[in-house]
Design a protein around this ligand. Structure first.
Ligand SMILES: NC(=O)c1ccc[n+]([C@@H]2O[C@H](COP(=O)([O-])OP(=O)(O)OC[C@H]3O[C@@H](n4cnc5c(N)ncnc54)[C@H](OP(=O)(O)O)[C@@H]3O)[C@@H](O)[C@H]2O)c1
Length: 287
């Protein structure tokens, strides 16, 4: 199974599809990651708050694929954005993953001391610990702000994006600034009725594909990078098997019409709860 690639603004190639690992517990995560890599995945997304970085690292190591071929991405959380703390958090992420170099470091949220965290992240790049930088959940204003002080620019912005939440304005901004849109919840978190949408089901029947494949193909046609999460190897294989068909303009329009600007994750409300919760998390206690 061959996953096509995009070329980022820094010239580095990145797969058009990756594996998300949110909510995959360490016990499942190691074999999920190893099996995904053995089956063609070359981009693995984790975060220190997912509490599975050690298992992701073991999966990457045990997959038996040249480390240079794989892009490992992880994120630091705003509770660690203070300059010195951010530097330590990056080192701790590397240690948990068991890697000398992290391919993609992402600031998980646009809250708190972003500028200090970015400075620490840039220093990690200059020290050879990190290859490239990205952001997550940043909107246009957050990106404008980071542009005023950054010397290394973010290559991507990882945001919630699926047919019910298409992020049109942000997507246009990102395209204009050559920042790749990486979609989290690309399948609407596997719930919420997306798989049963008439437009999705009709295209699935036409192309003899699963609804998930139609939605992921739509993501690719829009120029996005989806990172569907799954611990089911059959789903992982299905999700990557989307490079042998394409959707017509009319079909894309039928999926674009599903946009209702609906976020499954209510960030502004949810974030308060998560900020407090994650503050108490002991990342080093994971398996
Ligand atoms: N930056 C952020 O703030 C943020 C927030 C959330 C998520 N993320 C990232 O984005 C990734 C994706 O998000 P997500 O995993 O929460 O949501 P998702 O990819 O939209 O959906 C995952 C759900 O869909 C199911 N699924 C996957 N492939 C399927 C298929 N082919 N057919 C049927 N069901 C399928 C999975 O169940 P099975 O395991 O049974 O396949 C799982 O329940 C995360 O893993 C994480 O890396 C980032």
């Amino acid at each position: 199974m061959k996953i096509e690639t995009y070329v980022l603004k820094n010239g580095i190639e990145i797969p058009k599809l990756g594996l998300g690992t949110f909510r995959i517990r360490p016990d499942d995560c190691e074999k999920t990651v190893a099996s995904a890599i053995q089956n063609g995945y070359r981009l693995i997304d984790t975060a220190n708050v997912y509490m599975n970085e050690r298992a992701v690292g073991r999966g990457v190591k045990n997959a038996g694929v040249d480390r240079d071929e794989i892009i490992v991405a992880s994120k630091i959380w705003p509770t660690e954005y203070k300059y010195k703390k951010a530097g330590k958090a990056i080192d701790a992420t590397l240690a948990r993953l068991g890697l000398d170099v992290l391919d993609l470091l992402i600031l998980h949220q646009p809250f708190g001391r972003v500028e200090e965290a970015w400075r620490a992240a840039e220093e990690a790049v200059k020290a050879g610990k990190v290859r490239m930088l990205g952001v997550s959940n940043f909107d246009e204003a957050d990106l404008e702000k980071i542009n005023t002080y950054s010397t290394i620019k973010p290559v991507l912005d990882q945001v919630e994006c699926h047919p019910y939440c298409q992020r049109r304005a942000l997507s246009a901004y990102l395209k204009a600034h050559d920042i790749l849109l990486e979609s989290w919840y690309p399948l609407g978190s596997g719930s919420g009725g997306l798989f049963g949408e008439k437009a999705v089901v009709e295209l699935a029947e036409k192309y003899q594909k699963a609804p998930a494949q139609v939605i992921l193909r739509w993501q690719i046609e829009e120029g996005y990078l989806p990172i569907p999460g799954t611990k089911n190897p059959a789903h992982a294989a299905e999700n990557a098997d989307i490079f042998d068909f394409s959707l017509t303009e009319e079909e894309l329009a039928s999926l674009r019409a599903l946009d209702r600007n609906e976020r499954f994750f209510k960030m502004k409300k949810g974030i308060q709860k998560y900020m407090v919760f994650f503050q108490r998390m002991k990342y080093d206690k994971q398996k």
